[in-house]
Each structure stands twice: as structure tokens, then as C-alpha cells.
Design a protein around this ligand. Sequence first.
Ligand code: PLP
Length: 410
Amino acid sequence: MALVNENFLKLPGSYLFSDIAKKVNTFKITHPKQEIIRLGIGDVTRPLPQACVEAMHKAVDDMAIAERFHGYGPEQGYDFLIEAVIKNDYAPRGIQLSNSEVFINDGAKSDTGNIGDILRHDNSVGVTDPIYPVYIDSNVMSGRAGVLEELTGKWSNVTYMPCTSENNFVPQIPDKRIDIIYLCYPNNPTGTTLTKAELKKWVDYALANDTLILYDAAYEAFIQESDVPHSIYEIKGAKKCAIEFKSFSKTAGFTGVRCGYTVVPKELTASTLAGERIALNKLWNRRQCTKFNGTSYITQRGAEAIYTPEGKKQVKENIDYYMANAKIMKDTLESSGLTVYGGVNAPYLWIKTPNGVSSWKFFDQMLYEANVVGTPGVGFGPSGEGYIRLTAFNDHDKCLEAMRRIKNWL
Ligand code: PLP
């Protein structure tokens, strides 16, 4: 008899976006003539940069010729992409990495979800709240999260660090030791960031407490302000305490192509129960070689093109396009009397629902009265209650129309 991993049974049955889809479908059936605008799910709408398209076409041609055909590639990724990442994303910021510290993957979701494979099941976990749900759910699956406390909606072995308007979305440094802490900046869902000085406090905490920081920088490319770090390794000592995840998904429209990378510095170690220090780079490499067979050659050639002069220019155009949406959204919503966070260094706007209305109630009202779909903040964690998330990933015209509708409605 095969026994199931019962940890999976602890996960709440329905998933946030399927609940939203159900509500939207009901609305569509009951209002067949109304056209809705979706500012909910964080998927890009603009096509791939031309430089990436051309590089991928060329890579397909390589695959058609015996001399240039590529079968299984290195599980860690091809050196041509790893070197482009190091040369462009790290070296200019004064961060030195060797090729074997960068692992190319099929997007940040896989690695942020899988990284727990190399960590014991009984580590304590800390998350900022609200949070990208993968961090919690993957820990539930491995039995690390404990049990769900129905009343609070929190997991018993997880420390939640609230990020709300009260603390300006800067999580408070815990007053106790936590083994593993997830940080995501620029943040999904709040769109807020930490300054270098604020992030330094986390690195100092981690070094003092032997904590591992799992730093998700999937939205790094959207940073506009100069004192916001693009990598946790900009902070001295971070290589000793942090793993960093990055993604080409939102940067270059790769949500459907699938490519990103994870940095596991050689000097980063964690302990065995007996106290022996083990290099996490070695463990992650072992894990990847066993469970991952590499990102496709075609995809990696496409990602490499992001770093060419044309690629950089086209990626910037994409980001500028979404950030122009974000600015219009922020300005319109604020002039309509709403309090809006984020949207400056990230494509997400985190809006306080007026008059203490709940996230889901505001979601329903906005759907039925303005025909605009957002994401209820409470779906990202208990501290998201009383907020709604809108994304700037949409066509400019649709964004303008959505803002016009919300303004009229309010
Ligand atoms: N991390 C964060 C914070 C995200 O919001 C997302 C996607 O929405 C991901 C990681 C996953 O990105 P991908 O797997 O497309 O690289």
C-alpha cells in the first residue's frame, strides 16, 4: 500500500486564484454584456523582446544541424548564460561570483519551492506577511510549517512578520532566533522595498543568529530608486547567510518561456545536527543534478540575448511601459481618495480598502460596480486583510480604462 504525504492534506483546499476565477465566471454568466478588465494575476502582456526572439530562432536552427545540436546540457546551466548573468547583474555592483555559484533554472517558482529539499524538516521558518504563497505552501508540503491555526490563519511553526501601513511595510527584526527567513524585495504583493540600510539590518540579524535568508529578487529589474538594493549581496556579509533567486519572467516577458537563476554562494554553510558545517552550494548542486535536467538550450540562448545591447534596450522599454502604467494607476487612485503603496519600484500597487471594508468585499464591489478584477490582499496572508492588489501588467489602454471606471465608481 502506498501512503500519501499527508502534509499535502493540510493545505487549504482551494487556491486564491481559483476562488477569484469562480467569482469572475459567476459575474460573466450573470452579466454577459459587461466587459471586465483584469488587473489581478501577475502575468505579463507584452511579447518577448525581439532580441530574445531572434536568439531563440537561431538556437532552433542550431538544433537542426548535427554539429550545432544540443542534447542534455549541464544541469546548472550553460556557461554562456551564467557568464552573462555574472557580468551584467553582479560585477557592475561590485559582487564577485564564480560560475559554479549560479544555477540557471526554469523560473524562480521552482527553486523557491524546491530549496527546502536541502534543509531539515524541523527548521523554524519566518515570513513577511503578506507573502508570495509558494514560500508557505512548499513548507507545508515538507511538514515544516506545523499545523494551521484556524482562528488566525497562521501556521504554528511559522513566524509571521507583519508588513502593513503601520510599519510602512518594513518588517520588524524578530526578537528571537529563526532558522530560515524568506524575504522578497521588491515585494509581491505590496510592491514595497527595503533600503540598503534596512536590508543590512536583516543581514546583520542573520549573521548574528546563524539564520539562512532566502532572498527572492524576482522583481529586481523594476527598481527605479537609487538606494534600493538590486541584490542582497550588495550588503557586506550576505554571501555567508543568503541564497538569492532571480527570474527573467517579468523582466523580459519569460513567464511562458521559463528561465531564471539561483545564486548559492560557496561560503554559505548550514549545520548538521551534530554541528558540522556543510556548504549549501554542494548540496544544491547535488539536488539539481538528481532532480533537474537543465533549462533548454533554446531558452537559455533567448535569456542570454537579454544582456545584449539591443536586448537591454528592449527590456528597458518593456519595464518602462509597465511602470508608466503603474504611475498612471497610482496617480488616478490617489486622486480618487485611495491610499496606495508600491508601484514605484515594482509593478504592483497595494491599495488600502476605504472605510475598513474587507479585502473580499472590496474585490466584489470593484468587480460588480467597476468591472475591474483585482486580488484580495487577505489571500496573501492575514496582514493582507484590508488591502487589494492591482498589477500594472496590462495594455496601456486597458489600464487607462480601468482607472477611468474605478474613478467614476468611487
Ligand atoms: N517570486 C515571486 C515573488 C513571484 O511573484 C513570482 C511570480 O509571480 C515568482 C517568484 C515566480 O516567477 P517565475 O517562476 O515565473 O520565475
